[in-house]
Design a binder for this molecule. Structure first.
Ligand code: AHM
Ligand code: MG
Length: 337
């Protein structure tokens, strides 16, 4: 029984954190709590996906021309509805929507801008493989009462928080607000996220693992090919690739290693999106002592020019990202020809 008193719920953790900032008015705590609630609702549907008629496509393409899975649409709505009415959010943007999402006039708007990929790794939904939600939080930077596109197009270094939810063998919420990375595991018996991984740090030395879709080897630059060949031949690295960014990044956070989604001849900017995937994960990884780069530039320094911009990504253990940057230094820019 005594042990129960050591259980720290996410609400308690957020309140304790808030107390460190006497000027805080509880808005950020409220926002994170709303996201945690959305995560529980999405997690519940993900867990029962095999049981109900929710598997399979929703019959429409999203803005990237990808076939939307039903759970993508559901998760997108859950995130939106958890945040639209609270008076905490200035505007939102979702990987599933072409344009930024204003707060309806009937609700008050707040100071925070929330960008999210509601269900990342969606090609894995039907396969019972881990998937996740990724979120990025900025403060509104324009003067108007409500958020605008400009508020969404802020570089990752201006994030006030970011995080992800992993729907895996257990559901985990991992976030940073710039003072370390903290992980919470959902206890389904009480419906609460419990602090299970305080102050997460990428281990040093890291596990010798690289994570990349190697089926694309022939589409890469010669330098990228040499990097991967070097890691496995001279470096003695093993390979792990789940194909769900949240799961691959989570493993990288816990064990160390190098996660990559490199540029390809037909996709010079790679596949992953700056605002919904790369920047929020970069914040987490940096706060855990790692590094995140495009191969030539710190991901969090990029000034976004459009909502759905893509960037090459190399993230994980600092020394491995630096090795990648060194080996890629003389790559000529990829063109789609
Ligand atoms: P999605 O947002 O459409 O789900 O795509 C993103 C996912 C990432 O989770 C993962 O890292 C990547 O796509 C896998 O792509 P690929 O199948 O090309 O290896
Ligand atoms: Mg997605």
């Amino acid at each position: 029984m005594l042990q129960e008193s050591h259980v720290v719920t996410i609400s308690r953790f957020l309140i304790d954190e808030e107390r460190k900032y006497p000027e805080a008015k509880g808005a950020f705590t409220g926002l994170l709590s709303d996201i945690a609630l959305a995560a529980k609702v999405i997690g519940r549907e993900v867990n029962k996906a095999g049981l109900v008629d929710i598997l399979g496509g929703a019959g429409q393409e999203n803005v990237h021309g990808e076939y939307q899975q039903k759970l993508d649409v559901f998760a997108d709505q859950v995130m939106y509805r958890a945040l639209d009415h609270t008076g905490l959010v200035a505007c939102m943007a979702s990987e599933e929507h072409e344009h930024f999402i204003p707060i309806p006039e009937k609700f008050p708007a707040g100071d925070y801008v929330v960008l999210f990929d509601p269900l990342d790794g969606s090609s894995n939904i039907d396969l019972n493989v881990s998937i996740g939600t990724i979120f990025s939080i900025h403060r509104k930077c324009t003067d108007g009462e409500r958020g605008t596109l400009e508020d969404c197009l802020q570089p990752g270094c201006r994030q006030v928080a970011s995080g992800y939810v992993l729907y895996g063998s257990s559901t985990m919420l991992v976030y940073t607000s710039g003072t370390g990375v903290h992980g919470f595991t959902l206890d389904p018996s009480i419906g609460e996220f419990i602090l299970s991984h305080p102050d997460m740090r990428i281990p040093n030395p890291p596990k010798k693992v690289y994570s990349v879709n190697e089926a694309y080897f022939t589409r890469w630059s010669e330098e990228q090919q040499k990097l991967v060949s070097h890691l496995k031949n001279e470096g003695g690295f093993g390979s792990r690739y789940i194909g769900s960014m949240v799961a691959d990044v989570h493993r990288t956070l816990l064990q160390g290693g190098l996660f990559m989604y490199p540029p390809e001849r037909s996709r010079p900017d790679g596949k992953l999106r700056l605002l919904y995937e790369a920047a929020p994960m970069a914040f987490i990884i940096e706060q855990a002592g790692g590094r995140a780069s495009t191969g030539t530039q710190n991901i969090r320094d990029i000034q976004p020019t459009e909502l759905h911009q893509r960037v090459p990504i190399y993230l994980g253990s600092r020394e491995l990202v630096e090795l990648a940057e060194e080996m890629l230094a003389n790559t000529s820019p990829m063109s789609s020809s």
